[in-house]
Design a protein around this ligand. Structure first.
Ligand SMILES: NC(=O)c1ccc[n+]([C@@H]2O[C@H](COP(=O)([O-])OP(=O)(O)OC[C@H]3O[C@@H](n4cnc5c(N)ncnc54)[C@H](OP(=O)(O)O)[C@@H]3O)[C@@H](O)[C@H]2O)c1
Length: 256
């Protein structure tokens, strides 16, 4: 892993949702790069058991804006919002009531953005989102059925962040898998793809692309799709080059 630039090393990267899935990979990869990391978790003890010593773990539940206010988001270099609803069937929140899903996935993002703004955060807010939420697809219909209005919540929170006044990047993953890192190429493209069960990305590869996006100037105010393709793991410069080819910044959306 290439190290984080020294002048940036003192300001922590904050990962909200650091106890599972992609957020856990982001936090571990950042530590491996020598960066300071602040993990925000609703179960700090669980986070301590999973993350390397030295990670600054703070309590925070995204459904409770006050707890995020106390987590200290203001001095962070970047904030990764890696939260998804958990528990229930398969541990993935399947068939939970749609209002409970929206409270975590949409309102949770709103709470994190507003807590960051109130704390004077001036870094980049990196949102982990899903590919093709605006395009009809079989995979989208399936997920909307078993996981509340998944894609409606994704569209609304993407728009909220874009209209927030913060610097942002939105990485839209394909279907996430638990494959190990580095088994395939990583494609970072403009946000044009439908959600498809065939377009997947390993969580550690998604994490890697998002970490690069957090520090790449060209990824500011850009939305992009991330997925694996046949080939070998790209060098860091190849990921940066893909972000630099995304085109001009997206116009601000009106917050809903
Ligand atoms: N699954 C997919 O195929 C897919 C595809 C594209 C994009 N995405 C997006 O990628 C992101 C990461 O997904 P993932 O599947 O890797 O994550 P995940 O394994 O579902 O982990 C979700 C994280 O959110 C935390 N969390 C849940 N409720 C919370 C709350 N109220 N307050 C604070 N933290 C809370 C969980 O903590 P606990 O350990 O306490 O539960 C966990 O650390 C999500 O934003 C998702 O929408 C997912």
């Amino acid at each position: 892993m290439p190290p984080i630039a020294e002048d940036a090393a003192s300001a922590p990267y904050c990962v909200i949702g650091c106890t599972r899935g992609t957020g856990l990979r982001i936090a571990r990869q950042l530590v491996a790069r020598g960066a300071a990391v602040r993990g925000v978790a609703r179960a700090p003890g669980k986070a301590r058991g999973l993350l390397p010593a030295g990670v600054d773990i703070r309590a925070g539940d995204v459904t409770d804006r006050g707890s995020l206010g106390r987590a200290g988001l203001g001095d962070c270099r970047a904030i990764f919002f890696a939260v998804d609803v958990t528990g229930g069937i398969a541990g993935r929140g399947f068939f939970k009531p749609s209002d409970q899903i929206r409270a975590v996935t949409y309102q949770g993002l709103v709470n994190a953005v507003e807590a960051a703004k109130a704390a004077g955060f001036s870094g980049r807010f990196v949102l982990l989102s899903g590919m093709g939420s605006e395009l009809p697809s079989f995979a989208g219909r399936l997920l909307n059925t078993i996981k509340g209005d998944l894609q409606g919540n994704q569209r609304d929170r993407d728009a909220y962040l874009r209209g927030s006044g913060l610097d942002w990047s939105i990485g839209r993953g394909g279907i996430l898998t638990n494959e190990p890192a580095g088994r395939a190429d990583i494609r970072v493209t403009p946000p044009v793809h439908r959600l498809s069960l065939c377009r997947r990305v390993a969580r550690p590869d998604f994490a890697r692309a998002l970490i690069v996006a957090a520090d790449t100037p060209a990824a500011s105010r850009r939305m992009f799709d991330v997925f694996n393709a046949r080939g070998s793991a790209p060098a860091e410069g190849a990921l940066v080059a893909q972000l630099e080819r995304l085109g001009p910044p997206v116009a601000s959306a009106t917050a809903s």
